[in-house]
Design a binder for this molecule. Structure first.
Ligand code: NIG
Ligand code: FE
Length: 408
């Protein structure tokens, strides 16, 4: 693949505050961009653009860094639509439904799970996501957790071992914890970059602070980076534990105390907010304003899973964050791109500049404001190297590919 010159960019969001309008988004107008292989080779004024092997004209569309979805559970079979309907009729979420997805996922063949995962990757790219983190956690046996991570590793480098999702049906809590921190961790660590734990004392199925600490300590000793599902259903110990242990991210952060906010503001742990969960569980949204105003780093992700957030749409998440969480459109886009990259401790994605990955998302709109301004309208699409996807952004939706590209 040779070099590609992209012109006709209505607005180029770089997330580099050192260029463009001086904002955190580093917005450039009248800019062009050259891609060479999988990297950005040049960004600058269109009038000074160098030659390239091929050219793509975006016709005035906005170009933004590809979305970084730093929290998903994409390896699963079955759905829980009836559980969702019951919640909409007033039932509360407590994690008990995870057992149904575990049963369906264990029953699925490798080929079935691979096909389901491939279709979800196509769905993500079609909505502008170019980097995705994928957790295990619907296997909960050594073999089923290893299988989920192997499949996830076929499509992303960001794989997370979540054996400590819930205590599986029929297992004794202590024995399961010993398995997760022992034999299961040893088998899964070679296939994972991260370890995660559902730390939630308010759920009878999930793990309390001491249990979560044990899981994370074992994961760190095995060389894995740390992530935490924390403070989803109650103001539990997840956030402070994550910050204390230097986790890359603590996710949900729906119920926070003053001490939690202070810890996030002072620490290096990203607060990854997942408003698809509050939408689908009819719960109060996290207080993003309080976190941002305190100086915490905020990311936005889908948490795509069949229980609490069966959406793969980062544009929907951005729209929810703006409308329901009082984030500005700029803050929400940053959190969905550079924020996600920080949550994954990546500096090659989430920001556009020479040498960074050429993970580009084109909007069928003149500016990033339209992501929240046009909720539910499919304006965002990942641009393939070579420019494929521009026509699709203009309206013709291409059918799902049989072999989708992996998401770094
Ligand atoms: O992030 N909270 C725990 N895990 C998932 C939900 C999993 C499920 O209900 O299937 C979450 O919300
Ligand atoms: Fe989750």
């Amino acid at each position: 693949m040779g070099s590609v010159l992209i012109t006709g960019i209505g607005e180029l969001v770089t997330n580099d505050p050192g260029v463009g309008d001086g904002s955190a988004l580093g917005v450039l107008t009248d800019a062009a961009l050259v891609v060479d292989g999988d990297r950005v080779a040049w960004i600058g004024p269109a009038a000074h653009a160098p030659d390239a092997d091929t050219r793509v004209d975006l016709g005035g569309r906005a170009l933004v860094p590809g979305f970084v979805d730093a929290h998903t559970h994409l390896v699963f079979a079955g759905d829980r639509a009836a559980e969702f309907a019951a919640r909409m009729a007033g039932a509360r979420y407590d994690g008990g439904g995870i057992a149904a997805t575990v049963a369906a996922t264990r029953r699925a063949t490798d080929a079935q799970l691979r096909a389901l995962l491939a279709a979800r990757i196509v769905e993500l790219r079609a909505q502008g996501t170019t980097t995705v983190e994928i957790k295990s956690g619907y296997g909960l046996t050594v073999a089923d957790e290893v299988r989920a991570l192997r499949l996830a590793a076929e499509v992303t480098a960001e794989t997370t071992f979540l054996g400590a999702h819930v205590v599986p049906t029929g297992a004794a809590r202590d024995a399961y914890l010993a398995l997760v921190t022992g034999e299961m961790l040893a088998a899964c660590a070679p296939h994972a970059r991260w370890i995660d734990v559902f730390c939630e004392p308010a759920s009878p199925h999930a793990f309390d602070g001491d249990e979560a600490r044990a899981v994370l300590a074992a994961g760190a000793a095995a060389g894995l980076g740390l992530r935490v599902h924390g403070n989803q259903l109650s103001a539990g110990p997840g956030v402070t534990l994550a910050v204390e242990l230097g986790a890359a991210s603590v996710d949900h952060c729906t119920h926070l105390t003053r001490a939690d906010v202070d810890a996030l503001a002072a620490g290096t742990t990203v607060a990854t907010l997942l408003p698809g969960v509050e939408f689908s569980t009819r719960s109060p949204y996290p207080d993003a304003r309080r976190l941002l105003d305190a100086g915490a780093t905020v990311a936005l992700a889908t948490d795509c899973n069949p229980g609490t957030s069966y959406t793969s749409s980062m544009p929907l998440i951005i729209a929810l964050a703006v409308r329901e969480m009082r984030m500005t459109p700029a803050e929400a886009l940053w959190a969905a791109t550079a924020g996600g990259a920080r949550a994954l401790r990546r500096d090659d994605v989430g920001v556009l500049g020479p040498g960074r990955r050429a993970d580009l998302t084109v909007l069928d709109a003149p500016s990033h404001l339209h992501l929240a301004y046009r909720p539910g309208v499919p304006i965002a699409r990942a641009l393939s190297p070579g420019g494929e996807g521009v026509a699709s952004a203009a309206g013709s939706v291409s059918p799902a590919a049989a072999a989708p590209p992996a998401l770094g």
